[in-house]
Design a protein around this ligand. Structure first.
Ligand SMILES: [Zn+2]
Length: 298
């Protein structure tokens, strides 16, 4: 028992061992391949081309009320807070091409109820601490900037509900069409925001919401499964409501109205592409299962 404690102490004091960068994602099933289990998604027919993950950039930003509608950024609310930090770690482990982290806060001991940050990182800026941890996990991810579509998420002040919302300008509701964090909690947040009362937070709720956020991000980027425009999580009732978030034709945001117009105008082209894809899939299904016919089966 004593030896065991000694070993653990040595382990925590030693510097983390960082693996060298990997040029190509390999599907080879060997213990030393960090991507074999992710590339297996291809072999299982879930994702067509997993390696495309390296072509994508995800920005994780603090999401306030002054969101710029026109910056199409795939993002998580709360910066590198409870949800953002866990989402960043998950995306790093999934091999995302580039990760851009925005947060001006420093790591505090009060953050230790959350996953991701470690006590020895107290005093570091959250971005520096995140870069340190993420580079140790996967040195193939570099942090840089690229703007994409919004994926907004948040956890309620009482820590028992959350949501993920997909914002595609013109196609789904924007922040001006419908304010985020409207459903799922059923709690009036004004009653929770009193002086001297801090918001509650649970690493479990944040872990679930971060998991759902990254799951939807992967589905959206790698084009598999269905991404709900709104997905809620109510921990008390084990309830996951989903709903459509159509844009508001009377939205107060001019850019949103412009995008809505573009989206409607592009409908015939979209329908034609969907039809062509359907036809292609039918042809693939009707085609021969094996090209070779060793046994001359007719
Ligand atoms: Zn709008």
């Amino acid at each position: 028992m004593q030896l065991r404690v000694q070993n653990l102490t040595n382990l925590s004091e030693s510097a983390p061992i960082r693996r060298s960068k990997v040029k190509d994602m390999s599907a080879e099933v060997v213990d030393s391949n960090p991507y074999s289990r992710l590339m297996a998604l291809q072999r299982m027919g879930i994702v067509q081309n997993y390696e495309r993950i390296r072509e994508f950039s995800v920005a994780i930003v603090v999401c306030g009320n002054n969101v710029n509608q026109e910056s199409l950024t795939l993002a998580s609310a709360l910066g590198i807070g409870g949800v953002g930090s866990v989402a960043a770690e998950m995306l790093t482990r999934c091999g995302i091409g580039r990760l851009l982290l925005y947060d001006y806060d420093k790591v505090e001991l009060a953050n230790m109820n959350r996953l991701f940050f470690r006590p020895e990182q107290v005093g570091m800026t959250k971005t520096d601490a995140a870069v340190q941890t993420l580079s140790d996990i996967n040195p193939d991810v570099a942090c840089n900037e690229l703007n994409q579509t919004w994926m907004e998420s948040g956890v309620s002040e009482d820590a028992v509900s959350g949501h993920i919302q997909l914002l595609i300008p013109g196609e789904t509701a924007c922040f001006a069409c419908a304010p985020p964090l409207v459903v799922a909690s059923g709690v009036d947040e004004r009653t929770l925001k009193r002086e001297g009362v801090c918001a509650a937070s649970l690493p479990t709720t944040m872990g679930v919401v971060a998991g759902l956020l990254v799951q939807n991000t992967l589905k959206y980027l790698l084009k598999f499964g269905h991404v709900s425009p709104y997905l809620g999580y109510n921990a008390l009732k084990d309830f996951f409501p989903t709903m459509e978030m159509k844009p508001n034709p009377q939205c107060s945001n001019a850019a949103c109205l412009e995008r809505q117009k573009e989206y409607i105008l592009a409908k015939p082209a979209r329908d034609a592409a969907a039809k062509a894809k359907e036809k292609e899939e039918v042809l693939v299904m009707e085609g021969p299962v094996h090209d070779d016919n060793e046994w001359n089966i007719r």
